[in-house]
Design a protein around this ligand. Structure first.
Ligand code: ZN
Length: 195
């Protein structure tokens, strides 16, 4: 079944709207391409907090870019909950705070806490859409400020490059992904890097 997309067309989610189905397919096709070109996907259940941090960043990039690509492709009148959140700066800021807190809690946790932290990837990152909204906002900023090529290049170059590219675009007032002085400064952009 690898590479197979299954959609339940009878779900109420679609509201009998074929445009919504096609738009979701853009999101899912993006994942198929990402899987082919991303060279550093996390493998299996991570056992260390450092690996869990990488997994969060990878999910932010993967789900965020899939959401942004479909958002870009949508007909102007199409209404999808994720896009409503993405266009609401208070919702975007709240989800950045969620991801920052999650990353900070993982960084300072004992490895025995990994199962509880992993559960939060689902409830906060997926159910509350934090990975989708944060990553899509980051992708939009990167494309607007650095251009499409830089954004596309982050797929083979990996999630850290995605974060670095975003940090390099961040004007005052944009939400930060990482807490200042949080011990994750390694994700900050090197000053004169050519991308
Ligand atoms: Zn997805």
């Amino acid at each position: 079944m690898e590479g197979t997309i299954v959609i339940n067309l009878t779900s109420a989610f679609w509201n009998q709207n074929p445009e919504k189905v096609f738009n979701l397919l853009v999101h899912e096709f993006y994942h198929n391409g990402f899987d082919e070109h991303c060279e550093n996907a996390p493998g299996g259940e991570t056992q260390t907090t450092a690996a869990l941090v990488e997994e969060v960043l990878w999910q932010v990039q993967n789900e965020g870019m899939a959401t942004y690509v479909a958002y870009r492709a949508k007909p102007t009148h199409l209404e999808v909950e994720d896009y409503r959140l993405l266009d609401d700066s208070a919702e975007v800021h709240r989800r950045f705070a969620t991801v920052r807190k999650l990353l900070g809690d993982i960084e300072s946790a004992d490895p025995s806490a990994i199962p509880q932290l992993r559960a939060r990837l689902w409830t906060e990152g997926v159910e509350d859409r934090a990975f989708y909204i944060v990553g899509a906002h980051m992708a939009r900023q990167i494309e607007e400020k650095r251009g499409l090529e830089v954004l596309v290049r982050t797929v083979p170059d990996g999630a850290r490059t995605f974060v670095e590219a975003y940090m390099s675009t961040s004007p005052p007032g944009e939400p930060l992904l990482l807490k200042e002085g949080s011990g994750v400064a390694r994700y900050e952009l090197e000053p004169t890097r050519h991308m």
